[in-house]
Ligand binder design. Structure first.
Ligand code: FMN
Length: 360
C-alpha cells in the first residue's frame, strides 16, 4: 500500500509539521471535485449493517475521527470521503490560542503511540464558527468539541464554556464538553462531581434556551473523560451523567500514565495509541455496566484495526473514534476498519452492529 512507502519518510520529519502538511493536503483534496470523487469511490463507507441512528442523527458507519485532528474544522467535507462516519472538530476555545511551546508532539513508533502537549492550539470559536457556517451541506454528523481557554481560571470555567457553546451552537450536530485534556492546567479537576454538575446543568439550560429560540431540538451533549479517573471519580461522573440526562460519554482522552512503554522518553503530555487501548476499553465496559447500557458511549483509545473497534463495541461503545491509528495506518484506515466490522458481523452471525453493542 502507498502509505507503507510514505510513512518512513513522513516519520523522519517533525510530527507537527507533518500534521500541518496533511491538513493542507486534505483541505486541497476537499476543494477539488475530481479528487473528492476519486477518494469517495475508494474509501467512503455506508453500509446498512453499520449505519445507526443516534440522538436523531444518522451515522453511515460507526468510525469517527477523534477530536484534535481537525482542530479548526477545515476538513469536515473531506474526512467523510476517507471513510469516516462522523467528524469531531476541536477542541475549540472561546478565544484563539497558540498552545504550548514547540516541540509538543512526539512519536513512539515502538509503542505505536504518540505523546502530545499541544494545549488547545486553535483559532478560537469565532473563526471556527465562520468556517463551519461556510462549509455547506453535511455528509456525516459533525460534532464540536469545546474546552476552556487557558487564560480563564477554573472558577470562571462555566461562563467560558457557555460562551464557546453559544457561538458554535448553530453549527454542531452534537457537542462534546472536554474536561479531560491533560494539557490545560486544572482542566481535569472539572470532572469532579460538583464542578461537573454545575457545568453540565448550565450547558443543558443554555441548550434548552437556544433550541427554543431557534424552534429546534436541543443539541446532543456529551462529556469526554480521562482514562486516569479513579473508580470513585468515574462513579461521580456517571451519576451526574444519569441525573442530568447527558446524551453520551466519550471514553477516553489521552493518559498521563507511562505504564508498560517500550520507549524511554521523558516528555510531558497525553499518551495516545496502542498503550491506551485496554485501559480505555475497560473504562467503556465499566460505564456500560454502571449505566446498564442506557447512555450511549463513544469509545476511543488505541483503535488501529477492526478487531480493536469490535472489542470496544462489545464492551459497550455504540460508536468509536481514532486519531493515532490514522497517523500509523494512513488514508485507508477508516475504510479498512469498516470493512473488517462487516466481516466480523458475518463471522459471528449478526445482522447489525447495534445487536452486538455491550454484549461482550
Ligand atoms: C496530537 C493529538 C491532539 C489531540 N487533541 C485533542 C483535542 O484537542 N481535544 C480532545 O478532546 N482530544 C484530543 N486528543 C485526544 C484524542 O481525541 C483521543 O481521545 C486520544 O488520542 C485517544 O485516541 P487514539 O489512541 O485513537 O489517538 C488529541 C490526541 C492527539 C494524539
Amino acid at each position: 500500500m502507498l502509505y507503507d512507502l510514505a510513512r518512513p519518510v513522513l516519520f523522519r520529519m517533525d510530527p507537527e509539521r507533518v500534521h500541518e502538511m496533511a491538513v493542507r493536503r486534505l483541505e486541497a483534496w476537499g476543494r477539488s471535485e475530481r479528487v473528492a470523487k476519486t477518494l469517495r469511490a475508494r474509501y467512503f463507507m455506508e453500509d446498512p449493517r453499520l449505519s445507526q441512528e443516534l440522538w436523531g442523527l444518522r451515522f453511515p458507519n460507526p468510525v469517527g475521527i477523534a477530536a484534535g485532528f481537525d482542530k479548526n474544522a477545515k476538513l469536515v467535507n473531506v474526512l467523510p470521503h476517507l471513510g469516516f462516519g462522523f467528524v469531531e472538530v476541536g477542541t475549540v476555545t472561546s478565544e484563539a490560542q497558540a498552545g504550548n511551546p514547540k516541540p509538543r508532539m512526539f512519536r513512539l513508533p515502538k509503542d505505536k503511540a504518540l505523546i502530545n502537549r499541544l494545549g488547545f492550539n486553535n483559532e478560537g470559536a469565532d473563526a471556527v464558527a465562520g468556517r463551519l457556517a461556510r462549509s455547506g451541506a453535511r455528509m456525516v454528523p459533525v460534532g464540536v468539541n469545546i474546552g476552556k481557554a487557558r487564560r480563564v481560571p477554573n472558577a470562571e470555567a462555566t461562563a467560558d464554556y457557555l460562551r464557546t457553546f453559544e457561538k458554535l451552537y448553530p453549527y454542531g450536530d452534537y457537542f462534546v464538553v472536554n474536561v479531560s485534556s491533560p494539557n490545560t492546567p486544572g482542566l481535569r479537576d472539572l470532572q469532579a462531581r460538583e464542578s461537573m454538575e454545575e457545568l453540565v446543568r448550565a450547558l443543558k439550560s443554555k441548550n434548552a434556551d437556544l433550541a427554543r429560540a431557534q424552534g429546534a431540538r436541543p443539541r446532543p451533549l456529551l462529556v469526554k473523560i480521562a482514562p486516569d479517573l479513579q473508580p470513585k471519580d468515574l462513579e461521580g461522573v456517571v451519576e451526574v451523567a444519569r441525573a442530568e440526562k447527558l446524551d453520551g460519554l466519550i471514553a477516553t482522552n489521552t493518559t498521563v500514565s507511562r505504564a508498560g512503554l517500550k520507549t524511554s522518553i521523558q516528555q510531558e503530555g497525553g499518551l495516545s495509541g496502542a498503550p491506551l487501548r485496554d485501559r480505555s476499553t475497560a473504562m467503556i465496559r465499566e460505564i456500560h455496566a454502571m449505566t446498564e447500557g442506557r447512555i450511549p458511549i463513544v469509545g476511543v483509545g488505541g483503535v488501529f484495526t477492526a478487531e480493536h473497534a469490535w472489542e470496544k463495541i462489545l464492551a459497550g461503545a455504540s460508536l468509536v473514534q481514532l486519531y493515532t491509528g490514522f497517523i500509523y495506518g494512513g488514508p485507508a484506515t477508516a475504510r479498512e476498519i469498516n470493512e473488517g466490522l462487516v466481516e466480523l458481523l458475518a463471522q459471528t452471525g449478526h445482522e447489525h452492529l447495534a445487536d452486538v453493542v455491550g454484549t461482550g
